[in-house]
Ligand binder design. Structure first.
Ligand code: NAD
Length: 254
């Protein structure tokens, strides 16, 4: 098993990529702390895993919650080796720079960017106490390329996660901590469900994906597993794209 004797904390573990990662990490031998804003969904994921998982309700954008989730992980399993700062939101009113309301900007940046900052701020001392570890921060392919179907706060938050993760990777490299930014392409999860339910908006996006389909949450979880495990021992500060070739494409196949 690829994560034997490791303790992992995954935020947004009640749904989508986070849930798929909790289940996969546990199958690979990790003890898993499932964190989500929604207590019932975190508990459902932990229940599906069984004895090697604990659920914890936290809002990652609140410092006291971020601190408490890390303390809970160490208290529950005695150490912390892996933190996957995956929780994130996408808001329908987050659109063009000229239209997005300030409160939507603040909310998205608070969760998607400050939430990752706080997750790292409180996780790093715990990882150091364990002798090192792996940080995986979820950015997105939109941190790399722009879109004429805009979501300005979301894109800015993910660009921030990417840059912040590089800096963390460099600062802690000699302390046995690796940090990588996972950049998924569009994935069929509840986050995009409303948008992708509209056939026109779905097709507008599909045409730019060389593989001609969206990702499944499990495909992103597999990449997170690699970054979490010792197999990626020399991968640090990476912009880890799992995007079906979107960012490589100019003209896609017909
Ligand atoms: N789905 C995609 O196409 C896609 C593409 C690129 C990046 N991402 C990123 O992947 C991550 C996971 O997305 P997903 O598609 O699995 O979404 P999802 O909506 O299925 O799951 C996100 C989870 O995060 C939780 N969450 C939201 N706000 C929170 C908060 N403040 N504190 C704690 N938990 C909170 C939600 O309750 C939910 O369970 C996000 O960071 C997202 O931006 C998703």
């Amino acid at each position: 098993m690829r994560l034997s004797n490791k303790v992992a904390l995954i935020t947004g573990g009640g749904s989508g990529i986070g849930k798929a990662s909790c289940l996969l990490f546990a199958r690979e031998g990790a003890k898993v702390v499932v964190v989500d804003l929604k207590k019932d969904t975190a508990e459902a994921t932990a229940k599906e895993i069984g004895g090697n998982a604990r659920a914890f309700a936290a809002d990652v954008s609140k410092a006291k919650d971020a601190q408490a989730m890390i303390a809970f992980a160490e208290k529950s399993f005695g150490r912390l080796d892996i933190v996957f700062n995956n929780a994130g939101v996408f808001h329908p009113k987050d659109e063009s720079v000229t239209d997005t309301p300030e409160d939507i900007w603040d909310m998205v940046i608070d969760i998607n960017l400050k939430g990752v900052f706080l997750g790292c701020q409180y996780a790093i001392p715990a990882l150091l106490r364990a002798g090192g570890g792996s940080i995986i921060n979820t950015a997105s392919f939109v941190a790399i390329i722009g879109a004429a179907a805009p979501q300005i706060a979301y894109t800015a938050s993910k660009g921030g996660v990417l840059a912040m993760t590089r800096e963390i990777a460099v600062e802690f490299a000699r302390k046995n901590i690796r940090a990588n930014a996972l950049c998924p392409g569009p994935v069929e999860t509840p986050l995009l469900a409303e948008l992708l339910a509209d056939p026109a908006r779905r097709q507008r996006r599909l045409v730019h994906i060389p593989m001609g389909r969206f990702a499944r949450a499990e495909e992103i979880a597999n990449a997170a597993l690699f970054l979490a495990s010792d197999e990626s021992s020399y991968v640090n500060g990476a912009t880890f794209l799992v995007d079906g070739g979107i960012t490589a494409a100019y003209i896609t196949p017909e």
